[in-house]
Design a protein around this ligand. Sequence first.
Ligand SMILES: Cc1cc2nc3c(=O)[nH]c(=O)nc-3n(C[C@H](O)[C@H](O)[C@H](O)COP(=O)(O)O)c2cc1C
Length: 201
Amino acid sequence: MKNMNEILVLYYSRYGSTAQMAQQIACGIDSVDACAARIRTVPPVSTVCEATADTIPDEGPPYATLDDLRECSGLALGSPTRFGNMAAPLKYFIDSTSSLWLSGALAGRPAAVFTSTSSLHGGQEATLLAMMLPLLHHGMLLLGLPYSETELLTTTSGGTPYGASHTAGTDSTRPLTDEEKTLCVALGRRLATAACRLQGD
Ligand SMILES: Cc1cc2nc3c(=O)[nH]c(=O)nc-3n(C[C@H](O)[C@H](O)[C@H](O)COP(=O)(O)O)c2cc1C
């Protein structure tokens, strides 16, 4: 019997767009034999010093721990775009991963990134590339999307070779388009397939 490869889908989402993308990426991961998505989020960063939140959120997936990263054989990392970069809550969590960096725990594992913006030219690629930087420091193997995913050529909203993306509109309520969904699923499937191959399954 094959070992089950868990792939961590770790994201922050304030208004729900990045969360919708995470669900589609998880579908792609779950579609690969012997792979399962483990979905986790991170709490908002408080403006009040020393404020603490419950370790379990009121709704949605659990908050991520370092063990989630340690135990999974791949990572999909998602964030809304904020001024052309990832959101602070996700960066705050990543900045807590020094012990994993020191031990090289994530080195050689595959990773992919995804983001949601309000506007079409609001910085999706900049955010995706910025999200790759800490993962490269961890020694992870970054995956994008190949143009054999033909939705990359036809989309008029999100979808990039650097990772999955979504254009949510000024009020952040626009649903994922069919192309954006297909590319999210393709990214999840690609990540899970790579993780299996690297594990030798
Ligand atoms: C502080 C802040 C900065 C933002 N910066 C950008 C930006 O640079 N470009 C853009 O298109 N949207 C920007 N947005 C909008 C979010 O990226 C957009 O609403 C996103 O879809 C939210 O994702 P979510 O629904 O997962 O929270 C910003 C929003 C906030 C609150």
